[in-house]
Structure formats: structure tokens, C-alpha cells
Design a protein around this ligand. Structure first.
Ligand SMILES: *[C@@H]1O[C@H](CO)[C@@H](O)[C@H](O)[C@H]1NC(C)=O
Ligand SMILES: *[C@@H]1O[C@H](CO)[C@@H](O)[C@H](O)[C@H]1NC(C)=O
Length: 335
């Protein structure tokens, strides 16, 4: 800036009272609060998992952008993502049936210490009387479940999350586990923990989050014909590599909080715009005329391939209830 402006700015600084230290409100653009990492989920990928965590920026390198199955752009990046309409679909260059390396994301498989080269996305939201910290897990592919012998609900791009609600003093109160279009909420004291960290089990292929290991009935399908499987397979410690943000519910504004390691290094040169994009992170559901597609009993929900999901800001970050779907949200007091 010109020198005259600098001196004006300095003059203003000297007459402006010092900003009060943050009290209840966390300082924007500061790092995430320490408790968000101290109590972060202790995440287990299922031992048979073959579709690993993915870095959103790596995913985009393998995507074109389509509108009504027509290419509108052959390239897209975190920087340009939010220039596309929310009705667009990120679409794989590769035929997903060839299992390209970016789709299985072997590079994102956590090592023996829990470190994944794919940064998680952690978003803190200060609310009136509490702070919700969302831990988002991104995978480039969702390998669907078997329903009566057919595999349904494969899709490119997969966003899942768990959320811990803290008091403003940083004491954990509740934990939410997203699973398919819904999820389950518990009190913090009810859930299994390693040390102080709630255990989150990620189901094989679908990556749905559960509080327990075992066979999980997929809500809301009644009966146990469709299940997820979880176990204490590969430990993923999201605190070792993440992109961190604050989201202000009243204004819808996202600010950088910074991450560590790879995510932190990348994030320093990134804008937050990509989070504002509310389009789909994977291919639009292939039509039945596509030889890869097959819909059991002709039912749309039972198609082999479904559309990719929308991103973190569409998951009701402004919620008051603990659950993403607030109506009828029950916070369970035991597992
Ligand atoms: C989109 O266009 C690019 C470049 O022409 C092409 O390589 C790619 O296969 C197209 N994507 C799809 C899904 O048709
Ligand atoms: C977040 O914003 C939405 C929309 O303005 C509002 O309905 C909701 O109550 C807010 N959430 C909280 C926790 O204040």
C-alpha cells in the first residue's frame, strides 16, 4: 500500500483501543481450539476396507465438470470449484469400473501410526452456549452394499462426518455419527473411547460412521437385509493431517483455521471457496442405458450406481439438535 496509507493506518492503530481478548468467542483465523484435537475421534477404518481416504485436491485432479451429462469443463481445482453452478456434477475422467488408483486412494491408507496423506476436514462452529466441531472424512469412492445379491449405491465421491458438541469451556457433551442419509447421536459419556477420544468406526466401503464394531443395520431400511460392517481395523488419526476451518452460522462465512502437516501446507495457499460449492462431488447417476448401470427390481434406490454427494456445508452445520436431521433427534445415553 502507498506510504501515505501506511501512515494513516498506523495513526488509526494508535488511536483505536486494543481489541479485547476473545472470551466466549473463539478468535477467527486462529488455530482450531486445542480441545477439538484433544477429543478428536479415534477413527477405525474396517479391516477389509479397499477405498481409502482421499485428499479433496487430488480427487479434483481426476474430475471434469458435467451438467446434464455434458462436459462443461475438463479441469477443476479447489480454487475454481465454486465458479460452477450447484447443479453440476464432478465427473470422473476414468471409467470407474477400471478401479483407477485415485479411486481406491491407496495413498490415503493410514500408516501404522494413524497418519493418512489425505487431510481430513475439520470445521468448528461456535453457537450460543456450545461449540460443534465437525470432523469430515472424504473418500473418492463409495462401494455400496449388497441388497439381495446386488451391489447398490456405488458412487464417486463420499463425504461422511462425526461431530462432537463441546461446552464453551471445551468439555465434550455429545457425539454424532453420520450414516447414510441419517446418523446416531450419543452422550459423550455413553460412547467407547480410547483415552478421552470417542471411537468412530467407519464401515467397509460405505464409510458410514458407527459407535460400535460389528454388523450394523442400515437405517432406515427395516430388517437386516442391508448391513454395514465395522471393526477396529486401520486406525486413522485425523489430528495428524487436516484442513481446519471455522464456519459462522449467522453469516454462512467460512474462515481458515489452518491444519497441520500436508493439509496445513496446502491450506496456506488455498482459499476457502471450495467449501461454498454445493454441487455434487461425483458422477451423476448413470442412466439405465449405460451398460454399467443396473437397477434391482427397477427401483431407483436400488441402482448399482447412484449420484455423488454434496459437500460439508450442506450437512446442516448450523444445527441446534445434535443430529443432522433435527426432527425427532434422540441423544442416546447408552450404546
Ligand atoms: C470430458 O472431456 C474430457 C476432455 O475432452 C474427456 O477426456 C473426458 O473423457 C470427458 N469426460 C466425460 C465423463 O465424458
Ligand atoms: C443457524 O442458522 C439457521 C439459518 O439462519 C438458523 O435457523 C439456525 O437456528 C442457526 N443455528 C443456531 C445454532 O443458532
Amino acid at each position: 500500500m502507498p506510504l501515505s496509507l501506511v501512515s494513516t493506518a498506523l495513526a488509526l492503530l494508535s488511536i483505536t483501543p486494543a481489541l479485547a481478548a476473545p472470551t466466549n468467542n473463539l478468535f477467527k483465523r486462529a488455530a482450531l481450539p486445542a480441545y477439538a484435537l484433544t477429543y478428536a475421534p479415534y477413527t477405525y477404518l474396517q479391516s477389509g476396507e479397499a477405498w481409502f481416504p482421499s485428499d479433496v485436491s487430488t480427487h479434483l485432479k481426476h474430475m471434469s465438470v458435467e451438467s446434464n451429462f455434458k462436459n462443461v469443463s475438463t479441469t477443476v481445482s479447489l480454487k475454481t470449484l465454486n465458479t460452477f453452478p450447484s447443479s453440476d456434477y464432478l465427473t470422473s475422467y476414468d471409467n470407474v469400473e477400471t478401479n483407477p488408483a485415485w479411486l481406491t486412494s491407496g495413498y490415503g491408507k493410514p500408516n501404522s501410526k494413524g497418519y493418512s496423506a489425505a487431510p481430513a476436514t475439520i470445521i468448528a462452529v461456535e453457537k450460543n452456549g456450545f461449540v460443534d466441531v465437525f470432523y469430515f472424512y472424504f473418500y473418492s469412492y463409495n462401494h455400496g452394499s449388497l441388497v439381495l445379491g446386488s451391489r447398490v449405491d456405488n458412487h464417486v465421491g463420499d463425504w461422511e462426518h462425526s461431530m462432537i458438541r463441546f461446552s464453551t469451556a471445551g468439555v465434550p457433551q455429545n457425539v454424532y455419527y453420520s450414516a447414510h442419509s441419517s446418523g446416531t447421536a450419543y452422550t459423550y459419556s455413553a460412547v467407547q473411547k480410547v483415552g478421552v477420544r470417542p471411537v468412530v468406526y467407519s464401515a467397509a466401503g460405505s464409510h458410514a460412521n458407527y459407535a460400535t464394531a460389528g454388523t450394523q443395520e442400515i437405517y432406515p431400511i427395516i430388517g437386516d437385509i442391508v448391513t454395514d460392517t465395522t471393526d477396529a481395523g486401520t486406525y486413522w488419526d485425523v489430528t495428524q493431517n487436516y484442513r481446519g476451518y471455522y464456519y459462522t452460522n449467522a453469516t454462512g462465512v467460512v474462515t481458515n483455521a489452518g491444519g497441520v502437516d500436508v493439509g496445513g501446507i496446502e491450506q496456506a495457499s488455498e482459499t476457502v471457496d471450495w467449501l461454498y460449492w454445493s454441487g455434487m462431488w461425483g458422477d451423476e447417476q448413470y442412466p439405465t442405458s449405460d451398460s454399467r448401470q443396473n437397477c434391482a427390481l427397477g427401483i431407483d434406490d436400488l441402482c448399482h450406481y447412484q449420484s455423488g454427494p454434496t459437500g460439508p456445508l450442506t450437512k446442516n452445520l448450523g444445527r441446534t439438535a445434535v443430529c443432522q436431521k433435527e426432527d425427532g433427534c434422540t441423544v442416546k445415553t447408552s450404546l
